[in-house]
Design a protein around this ligand. Structure first.
Ligand SMILES: Cc1ncc(COP(=O)(O)O)c(C=O)c1O
Length: 400
């Protein structure tokens, strides 16, 4: 390693400590550039990316089509605010509604902002259709919906919530995947139920189709909205366009973000006309949301993902990844679970230990809770990458 470069990386890390608020635990390297499934650091070391910027970089790094879409739109119009009409925003909304249960879209800039908007839509819907007392929101243990006060209130993790109490009132936490007890949690006072069809941050737990169907039935009984948070599991990650497709039921609202614009910040709230019609001009807004640059790029990304051959590839390599994981003969692996290219490996050791060793072995990994390794590689991953990954993970687990 070049001593000059090593110094440069150390200097950048020291400057980050000095000038950036210290809320993240970062890897020990400084990243420089990426291509496809690989990312390089400033010392020239290559990493195989099995975390995709936390389930964002669906098409990998520096995808030529994404780069071309960015360049084409950046030279035309980047931002105008939502006080004007633009073609890319309308085109993306048309695509999202034509390929889902939804009639209308509200654009945002992140997953959290999508869930914050969905909370407001649900509150307004409850008020309009059920009166002042219909404001409770039900969420589930292990859920993750974001870090702003509303979304955080639906994220029942003590370490995330405790420093910021009091949170939003009217939140009921129920056991995930348990049909018993739903009738007492979801009542006439409930305006909405928020659920991830595959829980991500909370440990990669897929919801059973029976659970999602029971939620739909109970929401209909009490006039509550069913909100699917597909920020992480949506848009092809499970091998279906939407993670809920396999359950055979549809929500009233679905929130999206992470992969939609190939790494540019975007989010979307998809809703039926029944929900959308309760919102009046001026009741919600966002300066940057749905701008021409991000929506033009998202249209390109959406078309790439919403292709039967692309989704078939995700299912095929997802199955292969699962098989290769199940073949690893390590006493540390206790369970492999998940769907498509969203797999969790439950271990008897800390995921942070494996992630740190991963850097040494040229692997970028992410955890989901203290003992779960979350495998969310770019959706373009090939079997040859999975072979390299399995070899390196086997070596890491053998060393621990
Ligand atoms: C299911 C789910 N919802 C919401 C969020 C929050 O998204 P963001 O970090 O873009 O605000 C995340 C982020 O990990 C998520 O996984």
């Amino acid at each position: 390693m070049d001593i000059q470069q090593e110094l440069a990386a150390a200097q950048i890390i020291a400057a980050e400590h000095a000038h950036v608020m210290q809320t993240y635990k970062r890897g020990p390297m400084v990243l420089s550039h990426g291509q496809g499934m690989s990312v390089w650091d400033t010392d020239g070391k290559e990493y195989l990316d099995f975390m995709a910027g936390i389930a964002v970089d669906a098409l990998g790094h520096s995808d030529p089509g994404v780069v071309a879409a960015i360049n084409a739109q950046a030279g035309k119009l980047i931002h105008t605010s939502n006080l004007y009409h633009t073609i890319p925003q309308v085109q993306l909304a048309e695509k999202l509604t034509a390929n889902s249960f939804a009639d209308k879209v509200f654009f945002t800039n992140s997953g959290t902002e999508s869930n914050e908007g969905a909370i407001k839509f649900a509150r307004k819907f409850g008020k309009v259709h059920g009166g002042e007392d219909k404001f409770e929101i039900v969420c589930f243990d292990h859920a993750f919906h974001g870090r702003a006060i509303g979304a955080l209130s639906l994220t029942p993790k003590e370490a995330y919530q405790a420093p910021f109490r009091p949170l939003m009132p009217g939140v009921v936490v129920a056991p995930f995947n348990s049909v018993a007890g739903l009738n007492s949690a979801i009542t006439e006072k409930t305006c909405a139920v928020f659920v991830e069809p595959v829980q991500g941050e909370g440990g990669v737990y897929p919801a059973t189709p029976e659970f999602l169907r029971a939620l739909r039935a109970r929401c209909d009984e009490v006039g509550a909205l069913l909100v699917f948070d597909e920020v992480q599991c949506g848009l092809g990650r499970t091998g279906d366009l939407w993670a809920h497709t396999a359950s055979g039921i549809t929500p009233d609202i679905m929130t999206l973000a992470k992969p939609l614009a190939g790494g540019l910040p975007i989010g979307a709230i998809l809703a039926t006309d029944r929900v959308a019609s309760v919102m009046n001009p001026g009741e919600h807004g966002s300066t940057f949301a749905g701008g021409p640059l991000v929506t033009a790029v998202a249209s390109y990304v959406f078309d790439r993902i919403n292709d039967p051959a692309f989704l078939g590839h995700v299912r095929e390599v997802g199955q292969y990844l699962r098989e290769r994981l199940e073949e690893i003969n390590s006493p540390h692996i206790q369970e492999v679970r998940g769907r498509g290219l969203m797999l969790g490996v439950e271990m008897d050791i800390e995921s942070s230990t494996v992630i740190t060793k991963g850097y040494e072995h040229g692997l970028m990994l992410v955890g989901a809770g203290p003992n779960v390794l979350r495998l969310v590689p770019p959706l373009i991953v090939e079997k040859s990458h999975i072979d390299v990954f399995a070899e390196r993970l086997t070596a890491i687990l053998a060393e621990i």
